[in-house]
Design a protein around this ligand. Structure first.
Ligand code: MLT
Length: 408
């Protein structure tokens, strides 16, 4: 009988969002009349921007002609998209990135989950707690942890507590670690990183030879102009960091799939005492295991960065951020303490009356027919919190808040 990767057996639960989906389906089955409002998984609801659809239509027509047809594309992505990313996403913020340093992919979940493969199997890691579960689960699967304790924390992983006291912002650990996952604007707490905080992290990583895996999938939701959108706005970051970006939440690509990772040429890792380019290894991995995002989708992503596309994308971001305001203000009104939701599409709230996160999830589902995400699903420090996503139809978000305020 074939042996299985037993590290998978250390995983304490199914992946968070399918687990929520399973519980919600079971509830819906036994309560067929319940009119559920889903503010759980951060999945967009507004249609693709016109500019994106038009570009995709044109691309599919091109593919229907002998001259315009394309087979396998470049694994790293077409130049037209990587050049548009450099021009529209980084240059306006004074960040110099070359198109060569960009790897287009089918999602930041995949990128942030797969990246650990190119690091040594005994690389140590630190993660914020609470945290996007992909960072932890993929490292557990790869054998970089021991067993989980009663709180679901895996032995061998350094957890950086993010609490109301520290503004849900992790500080560098007081010991060396090889890999650190950071996410700003943060999923799930909605906290943000200042220039000063990122400077601290970059200096710490430089001192310890650590690599910062910086997830900026929600940067489009930053409303405060003083905040950095990219870790590469910080001097020295090119030597210590890579950055994940996505079209999912801003341009509505959760179903369409397009993202990218930026790995600067200066970022090096150790291989038997030699300094080796991280981008080179990722390129090897990417071109071996991935055949690129479809031409049609990349043309759509390029259009999301056009003048028209940016206007439509901005409208979508503003729409979701108004939902976040409605959620924050509605919960504040009934005395629920909230965090986030200002520069991020997630509102992080304390469960009222010391109720546990999963109990509150059940209560919310049963009494208000609203689906949220239990904070403890993101880590031990998330216990006693829940997350509401601002990715909903605005009328439904208003109704959800109304139900929470009147039925709980
Ligand atoms: C979330 O709800 O945390 C996100 O939708 C997860 C994801 O983007 O994979």
């Amino acid at each position: 009988m074939a042996g299985l990767n037993e590290h998978y057996l250390k995983l304490t639960a199914g992946y968070l969002f399918p687990e929520i989906g399973r519980r919600v389906s079971a509830y819906q089955e036994s309560n067929p009349g319940a009119d559920l409002i889903r503010l759980g998984i951060g999945d967009v609801v507004l249609p693709l921007p016109d500019a994106v659809r038009e570009a995709m239509h044109a691309a599919i027509d091109e593919m229907g002609s002998a001259e315009g047809f394309r087979g396998y594309g470049p694994e790293k992505g077409y130049d037209f998209l990587r050049e548009a990313i450099v021009r529209e996403e980084f240059a306006p913020r004074g960040v110099t990135i070359s198109a060569e340093e960009i790897f287009v992919s089918d999602g930041s979940k995949c990128d942030s989950g797969n990246i650990q493969e190119i690091f040594s199997s005994d690389a140590t890691l630190a993660v914020p707690d609470p945290v996007y579960p992909v960072y932890v689960d993929t490292n557990v699967m790869a054998g970089r942890s021991g067993e989980a304790d009663a709180q679901g924390r895996y032995a061998g992983i350094e957890y950086l507590p993010c609490t109301a006291e520290n503004g849900f912002v992790p500080s560098p650990p007081d010991k060396p670690v090889d890999l650190v996952y950071l996410c700003f604007p943060n999923n799930p707490t909605g906290s943000v990183a200042s220039h000063e905080l990122l400077e601290q992290w970059v200096a710490w990583a430089g001192k310890h030879g650590a690599v910062l895996l910086y997830d900026a999938a929600y940067e489009a939701f930053i409303t405060d102009d003083s905040l950095p959108h990219s870790i590469f706005e910080i001097d020295g970051a090119r030597e210590v960091a890579m950055e994940f970006r996505s079209f999912s939440k801003s341009a509505g690509f959760t179903g369409t799939r397009c993202a990218y990772v930026v790995i600067p040429n200066e970022l090096k890792g150790d291989a038997g005492g030699s300094r080796v380019s991280v981008a080179e290894l990722w390129n090897r991995r990417h071109s071996t295991k991935f055949n690129g995002v479809s031409y049609v989708v990349q043309r759509g992503a390029e259009a999301a960065l056009s003048v028209a596309g940016r206007t439509e994308t901005r409208q979508r971001v503003d729409y979701y951020m108004d939902n976040a305001r409605v959620i924050r203000e509605g919960l504040d009104k009934v005395g629920v303490t909230t965090f986030g939701g200002v520069n991020a599409p997630y509102v992080w709230a304390r469960t009222p009356g010391d109720v546990s996160s999963w109990d509150f999830f059940d209560l919310l589902l049963d009494k208000a027919n609203v689906v949220g995400t239990p904070g403890s699903g993101f880590g031990a420090c998330g216990e006693g919190y829940f997350r509401l996503s601002a990715f909903g139809i605005s009328d439904k978000v208003v109704e959800a808040v109304e139900r929470i305020n009147t039925r709980l």
